[in-house]
Design a protein around this ligand. Structure first.
Ligand SMILES: Cc1cc2nc3c(=O)[nH]c(=O)nc-3n(C[C@H](O)[C@H](O)[C@H](O)COP(=O)(O)OP(=O)(O)OC[C@H]3O[C@@H](n4cnc5c(N)ncnc54)[C@H](O)[C@@H]3O)c2cc1C
Length: 377
């Protein structure tokens, strides 16, 4: 096994690092990813990265990439997450929206959408969850009924992040209501400006994140907006979710927070407290364990091997590392963490988000148990 980086990957990290130092204001390092998800800064930053070929380097040249190895995808994520994720919501485009279109799109869809994404020019949102269909995604009730060359969409989605600024929605809808739960579902790439498509933002209890409710009232979209085959969207979604689960290298940001907390503990004379250094070592080790599992998943992806189990393991490890760092922050800073912009407050909230957004961590544990123990054991 070869653990060292290639020269090209090392150069890429250095190039990216220099760009980050030049372009990102210092306060970004303390922001929680998602706090400034769709601002003009994140748009300008993504366009600037794209103009330097740094937004989608691992994509084929024909789709606006540099044909670089898939490892540059994770290097990109690590460097940007530890800097506060200045791509804003566009990390999703690079992580799973673009790859899903690359995998299942028509030539027309690829030419249009992949260019917009690799130019850093477009915001997307993910229209999956509904009331009663979060974990149990196969229960979605939103329908799309064929009418000539169009589909007519009716229904409601909730907890949609970033929809308030999005131009397109990656939407799941039921096209065959009589089919068994998972089947009969199709994907549509829907412009949010389509008549009958309403987006209403609402605040989450975790005040760093804004959600949206999206309603579809006879929304007519051309049949050409369907991604992949009718009634067979599940295949594409499974692949997209696997990309989504490890696409945010939260461990890298958690590690940066841990190091900043260690500096503070030393400055405040807390470093010699009984057991404190052991807690720091455990937190760092959890972040590094998550990193290794993510690397294992990328390695499998690069080699075209089955990645599902290791993706689930990596996702659980990512969430655990975020939570361990949050526990440490809360114990270290005690009531200071009640203040909204404090380290403990931010880390606690981001660790809550980590375990739910993109699918709950408990369900990943079920998946791991089933894969390792077999059904019914
Ligand atoms: C920050 C954030 C951003 C989000 N952004 C989006 C978005 O952009 N688009 C979108 O479509 N959705 C989004 N979601 C919704 C998210 O996908 C759902 O919250 C998630 O899938 C869980 O669904 P639920 O909220 O309905 O919880 P439920 O499914 O009701 O689950 C509640 C609890 O029960 C547990 N549970 C449920 N079933 C099982 C089981 N079989 N075994 C063990 N435990 C179980 C879960 O782990 C969870 O802890 C977001 C959520 C968050 C928190």
């Amino acid at each position: 096994m070869e653990f060292s980086w290639s020269v090209a990957d090392q150069k890429f990290r250095e190039e990216l690092h220099d760009v980050i130092v030049d372009a990102i204001p210092e306060h970004w390092a303390n922001l929680i990813p998602g706090e400034e998800a769709t601002s003009s800064f994140t748009m300008d930053f993504s366009r600037m990265l794209a103009s330097k070929g740094l937004l989608t380097p691992h994509w084929p040249v024909e789709y606006g990439g540099r044909d670089a190895s898939g490892w540059q995808f994770i290097i990109l994520g690590e460097e940007l997450w530890s800097a506060g994720e200045p791509r804003g919501s566009q990390y999703m485009n690079v992580n799973w929206v673009g790859p899903a279109i690359m995998h299942a799109g028509t030539d027309e869809q690829k030419a249009y959408h992949l260019k917009r994404i690799s130019d850093g020019d477009v915001l997307w949102c993910q229209g999956f969850s509904e009331l009663g269909a979060g974990t149990d995604l196969a229960s979605i009730q939103t329908t799309a009924v064929r009418d000539g060359d169009h589909y007519v969409i009716n229904g409601e989605k909730v907890w949609t992040s970033y929809a308030q600024g999005a131009e397109f929605c990656f939407l799941l809808a039921r096209t065959d209501p009589s089919a068994e739960r998972g089947s009969g579902v199709s994907i549509f790439l829907v412009p949010t400006a389509t008549p009958g498509f309403t987006i209403v933002p609402f605040e989450s209890d975790l005040d760093i994140h804004e959600f949206n409710r999206m309603t579809f009232d006879n929304v007519r979209v051309p049949a050409s907006t369907m991604l992949g085959e009718e009634n067979n969207g599940w295949k594409v979604i499974k692949r997209a979710l696997s990309h989504e689960r490890i696409g945010g290298p939260r461990y890298e940001r958690a590690l940066a927070v841990t190091r900043r907390m260690a500096d503070t503990a030393k400055k405040r004379g807390w470093w010699e407290r009984d057991g404190l250094r052991t807690r720091f070592v455990a937190a760092e080790a959890a972040c590094e364990a998550a990193r290794v599992l993510v690397y294992q998943a990328i390695d499998a992806r690069e080699k075209g091997l089955q990645e599902n189990l290791v993706v689930s393991l990596a996702r659980v490890a990512i969430v655990r590392s975020e939570r361990l760092v949050a526990d440490l922050a809360l114990d270290l800073f005690e009531d200071e963490s009640l203040y909204r912009f404090s380290t403990g407050n931010g880390q606690f909230k981001t660790s809550m988000i980590a375990g739910l957004g993109g699918g709950s961590v408990e369900v990943q544990l079920n998946t791991i148990a089933r894969a390792l123990l077999g059904p019914g054991r």
